[in-house]
Design a protein around this ligand. Structure first.
Ligand code: ADP
Ligand code: MG
Length: 495
């Protein structure tokens, strides 16, 4: 029998706000434990939550980007459970039922499939909630066998993005999270840094006989913070489910944890029903009312999304997939590239520079593209200096280094360092004469038929001029001096 895999994902994304969802405490990665904590974060009596408006706006921006319907009225509810990292004894979240709607419902994300096509993965909803704190067991300062808790993360704003069970392979789930993360970053809803836990995945997976339309019993794989781990965990779990069913066993509905080091999935707990959480509306918070005007205003903040950009870059510039992916991987890189082109540089050249030296500089310095000392205007000016033969391509890279360091204009750098290309025939001719006089042996060999030595002579001329010789002119001069007749075009097919 062949089995079909069915996957639905619940992805938590941390919103890119300065402060927490219901208090003025800072959202800050890597702060000393329990330093970004207010009495509200600790759930102390007498404190009252105040909703951070930016949380609603960023959630709406993401929701609109993926085609969700924004609900005119939604509520926060209390999801009650006990855990040391949840000092209030409940998490403020949203829920979906007849009476209580989450902020956004519906929507879809287009995901590439294994057969080269695409699939639209439908979304159930996007809802807002607060993060819990963090239990710490495995740091040096925690005594063996004990746990400590850090409340810096309590109240950090999240959206949970819940998909329909529309994915049919672990690789599709990975592609879905990849696309989702891209959109989160493009819209500015989240910084999307997975290493900092900004995007965390709960994956639900079941199998069923191929052709069946009923859903099998699902297992939930909790809290994965890497896309690769998510795919790997799903592959392992699908294999386990197939083995179990084929051996005549049954799948139990449970929650499992993936251990990326041991590469196995282990049961964590049997799944709670939502009834266990005793959801009820939080009496401290008023309903969230969203009118059309607010929606329109936020809709204007939704930028061109990666999928549209991908298509446009391919069509408008004729680039192949590889370079398009590099350029659009990051919105500010894509914008930078387009500003370079907008400032009059050739698109192909601009793409080469961005893909090469610009991104290398970003990697080396850790600076954002927009903070580089080489602005899009000055890169465009540099590209034009090459195009009009003022400097050669290899000198341009030297100039770029200097610009990266000083922030100077390319022509200022060229003037200051005297890097302009030598295009003066008389000046270049004496250099060529000198090079040939210094290498009489090679000149003999060249005349004897070793034409490969052309490259050697060019190299010597470049060395003598510190790379500043106009290559076209230098080639012509060397050829003239060695008076090699134009190579007769050989036509092997006619011999
Ligand atoms: P629960 O009540 O257990 O939270 P939901 O119906 O809310 O279940 O679904 C949670 C997630 O699990 C959704 O992303 C959904 O797409 C996915 N899901 C539901 N049923 C299945 C199934 N049988 N196989 C795989 N995924 C499923
Ligand atoms: Mg659920």
């Amino acid at each position: 029998m062949t089995w079909e895999t069915v996957i639905g994902l619940e992805v938590h994304a941390q919103l890119a706000t300065r402060t927490k969802i219901f208090s003025g405490a800072l959202v800050e990665f890597g702060a000393d434990p329990n330093t970004n904590v207010t009495p509200l974060c600790l759930g102390l009596p007498g404190t009252l939550p105040v909703l951070n408006k930016q949380v609603v706006e960023l959630s709406m921006r993401m929701s609109l980007a993926v085609g969700c319907q924004i609900q005119p009225r939604s509520r926060f509810l209390r999801k009650n459970y006990f855990y040391p990292d949840l000092p209030k004894g409940y998490q403020i979240s949203q829920f979906q039922s007849q009476e209580e709607m989450p902020l956004a419902t519906g929507g879809e994300i287009e995901v590439p499939t294994a057969d080269g096509g695409t699939r639209f993965v439908r979304l159930v909803r996007i809802h807002m909630e607060e993060d819990a704190g963090k239990s710490i067991h495995d740091e040096d300062f925690v005594p063996v066998g004990e746990s400590m808790v850090d409340y810096n993360r309590t109240g950090v704003p999240l959206i949970e993005i819940v998909s329909e069970p529309d994915m049919r392979a672990p690789a599709e789930a990975a592609a879905y999270v990849t696309r989702l993360r891209e959109i989160l970053i493009y819209t500015g809803a989240s910084l999307g840094d997975m290493e900092k836990g900004h995007v965390r995945i709960d994956a639900n997976v079941s199998i069923r006989p191929e052709g069946s339309s009923e859903l099998g019993t699902k297992v939930e794989l909790k809290n994965m913070n890497s896309i690769r781990n998510c795919q790997r965990a799903l592959e392992i779990e699908v294999d386990r489910q197939i083995e179990t069913l084929e051996a005549g066993g049954e799948i139990r509905q449970e929650t499992m944890l993936f251990d990326p080091v041991r590469e196995d999935v282990r049961p964590m707990r049997s799944k709670e029903e939502s009834d266990d959480y005793r959801y009820f509306p939080d009496p401290d918070l008023v309903p969230i009312l969203v009118d059309q005007e607010w929606i329109d205003r936020v809709a204007e903040q939704v930028p061109e999304l990666p999928a549209a950009k991908r298509e446009r870059f391919a069509a408008e510039y004729g680039f192949d997939d590889g370079i398009v992916e590099v350029l659009i991987a990051d919105r500010s890189t894509a914008d930078y590239f387009e500003r370079v082109v907008g400032a009059g540089a050739d698109a192909r050249q601009a793409a080469n520079w961005v893909q090469g030296d610009v991104l290398r500089l970003v990697n080396e310095t850790g600076a954002a593209v927009d903070d580089l000392k080489v602005t899009s205007d000055s890169l465009a000016a540099l590209i034009k200096l090459v195009a009009n033969d003022t400097i050669s391509g290899s000198i341009a890279r030297k100039v770029f280094q200097e610009m990266a360091y000083t922030g100077d204009d390319p022509s200022a750098v060229v003037d200051r360092l005297g890097l302009a290309q030598i295009s003066d025939e008389g000046e270049l001719e004496s250099t060529v004469d000198q090079v040939l006089a210094d290498h009489l042996d090679e000149v003999e060999k060249f005349k004897g038929g070793n034409k490969k030595l052309m490259g050697f002579f060019m190299g010597q001329v470049m060395k003598a001029t510190k790379g500043q010789a106009n290559p076209k002119l230098a080639t012509q001069l060397i050829q003239k001096k060695l008076s090699c007749p134009r190579r007769a075009r050989s036509r092997p097919d006619m011999v």
